[in-house]
Design a protein around this ligand. Structure first.
Ligand code: ATP
Ligand code: MG
Length: 577
């Protein structure tokens, strides 16, 4: 592509961009904003996007997934059948046609694909079946962010698998997982597959693929010694062995009520009592599917609502409102404790609480706490379990090594849906015994446009993006230092034709700009190998440069084609961290 007439509007500065990738994609002329969270992919950005798609397609096709293309407009009736017309939330874009019929702009395609397959497949003999598409999705995100990282219109690869039994689903899940590892490796991403919570979607088994980056919105607990990685909310606490629901220490003095006037936070109360926060216990009233539950964690720990929800096999968990707190404890949140509740509720305690000989707890009375509280003697605990959030420095649940926190960008997601959709949408097949059974399903997403931002976030320096060869918009950037010099132009034109004929993708900077401007743009755009045709063009000599390392060498124009494969390879080798 000749740069003189190309739509590559590079910018020296951009007014507002939260992250480096957003800034560089704007400045390099890859994307432009149309509205909040809505972006055009300019020719360079589109070429990167297409390369990402190609890698995804190759790996999907390899595991036998079949590509199709489903519509963006979804009749409301389908979403009502699944219950998500009401439950999906304000992210769902809804539109009305001229006959006042409602539609959703597809944010994901479980409903549509389930409807499709229930119409077309009715026997186990056609199973398993896996389909996928690469298609634009719409989500009215509360906070569209950082350009294409979180858009309201974005490109997703979504795959759906249909099975007659769980073993078959497990096999496909494994294949998808492996395909994702290949995809993200080929895309040059530094990533981890992390165990995640199944969330409101239901079903068992889910992994998120996280590109490691400080600008990520998710926090990952990662072991410094082994390859354990989990979403913080899922990370288990390494068992410390005690499941006892009563103190082993006998001589605990009787409960004593003390005034703690105007002390709201746990730190303030601990300071006032002259105790470390880990000697205090937080009593938190949760609502699990509407039922109040009192959760006890140590003062220096945080309760993990996902663990609470999973322990009680609930589907929705939240902190109790003030009214419920008052009804159960007769006081305000902040002074709640397990002793002398007005209304008996289920009490569950974290392991670390059960290990305390005596507890300091809220007195269910404003501005007061209880000292010397003993589990079993002063109140009853229904269950002791792992209920707290992991912290940096905690022991790895797998190997005992040290846990650290990293931020991640969710680039992909594999999910066992089970019969969540087939059951309610009555999508059934006949099994080998002629019995009707609901399909067992899996779904598997990749944020195709988000991936482009994640790659730019990980591969860059202060001058611009440094694309891995596999996704670079072009492999070679051919630049004349002086586009008015006939010798340079002649040699560059020869190379341009020769390299393209040899199958290389070449961006040819034939602009009559100053050399400094052209080099700055080349750094910004980040094509792996640069061929500079300058002062020595008359002698048939050019200069090769690697964008990533800055490494430079003179080379005769006739040698370039022979040398290029090696230079491209070196660009990727220096890529390996
Ligand atoms: P997030 O937690 O980031 O909102 P999600 O859990 O809603 O993601 P899924 O419904 O699993 O995402 O969608 C599959 C994939 O689509 C995600 O793994 C992510 O890579 C991508 N994705 C989701 N929302 C967006 C968005 N608003 N913009 C760009 N990509 C997105
Ligand atoms: Mg989301």
């Amino acid at each position: 592509m000749r740069q003189k007439h190309a739509l590559i509007p590079t910018l020296r500065t951009v007014a507002e961009a939260e992250t480096a990738s957003h800034r560089l994609l704007l400045r390099g002329g890859f994307i432009r904003q149309l509205a909040a969270g809505v972006y055009t992919f300019l020719p360079l950005g589109n070429r990167v996007l297409r390369k990402v798609e190609t890698i995804i397609r190759e790996e999907m096709d390899r595991i036998g997934a079949q590509e199709l293309l489903m519509p963006t407009l979804h009749p409301a009736e389908l979403w009502q059948e699944s219950g998500r017309w009401a439950n999906y939330g304000p992210e769902l874009f809804k539109v009305t046609d001229r006959h006042e019929r409602n539609f959703a702009m597809g944010p994901t395609h479980e409903e549509v694909v389930t409807d499709l397959l229930r119409g077309e497949i009715n026997t186990y003999k056609k199973l398993p079946m896996t389909v996928y598409q690469i298609q634009t999705k719409f989500r009215d995100e509360k906070r569209p962010r950082s350009g294409i990282l979180r858009g309201r219109e974005f490109l997703m690869k979504d795959a759906y698998s249909f099975h007659a039994d769980l073993e078959s689903l497990d096999r496909m899940y494994r294949n998808m997982y492996d395909a994702y590892v290949s995809i993200f490796t080929r895309l040059g991403l530094d990533f981890r597959a992390v165990e995640a919570d199944s969330g409101a979607m239901g079903g068992k088994g889910t992994h998120e693929f996280m590109a490691l980056s400080d600008v990520g919105e998710d926090t990952i607990a990662m072991c410094e010694s082994c390859d354990y990685a989990a979403n913080v909310e899922m990370a288990a606490i390494r068992s410390v062995g005690s499941d006892s629901t009563g103190s082993v220490k006998d001589e605990v003095p009787p409960v004593k009520k003390v005034a703690t006037p105007n002390k709201a936070s746990i730190e303030e109360v601990a300071g006032f009592l002259g105790l470390p926060t880990k000697r205090l216990v937080k009593s938190l009233l949760f609502l699990v599917d509407g039922e109040p539950v009192l959760v006890l964690v140590r003062g220096d720990h945080e309760a993990n609502d996902v663990k609470v929800k999973n322990l009680l096999e609930g589907s929705a968990v939240s902190m109790a409102d003030e009214e419920t707190v008052f009804r159960v404890a007769g006081t305000l949140p902040g002074f709640v404790g397990p002793v002398g509740l007005k209304q008996p509720v289920r009490i569950i305690a974290d392991h670390a609480v059960a290990e305390l000989d005596e507890l300091v707890v809220g007195a269910n009375d404003q501005d007061a706490h209880l000292l010397h509280v003993k589990i079993g003697r002063d109140f009853h605990v229904d269950e002791v379990a792992d209920l707290r959030l992991i912290r940096p420095g905690d022991a790895c649940p797998r190997c005992g090594g040290v846990i650290g926190f990293r931020r991640g960008i969710e680039v992909g997601h594999v999910f066992k849906l089970g019969t969540r959709y087939s059951e309610v949408m009555n999508a059934r097949f006949l099994d080998a015994d002629g019995k009707e059974r609901p399909f067992i399903m899996g779904c598997y997403g990749i944020g195709v446009s988000r991936v482009v931002a994640a790659i730019a976030e990980q591969h860059r320096d202060e001058h611009g993006i440094i694309w891995p060869v596999a996704v670079a918009p072009f492999q070679v950037h051919l630049i004349t230092v002086n586009a008015k010099n006939d010798e340079q132009v002649r040699l560059a034109e020869t190379l341009y034709d020769r390299l393209r004929n040899a199958g290389y993708e070449v961006l040819y900077d034939d602009r009559p700009e100053r050399a400094g401007v052209k080099f700055k743009d080349a750094d910004l755009i980040g094509i792996p190998v640069r061929i500079i045709v300058g002062a020595k063009a008359g002698e048939g000599m050019v200069e090769l440069t690697l964008r990533r390392s800055g490494e430079t060498a003179e080379c005769s124009a006739s040698e370039v084609q022979r040398q290029l494969p090696d230079w491209l390879k070196r660009s990727d080798i220096s890529d390996q961290r």
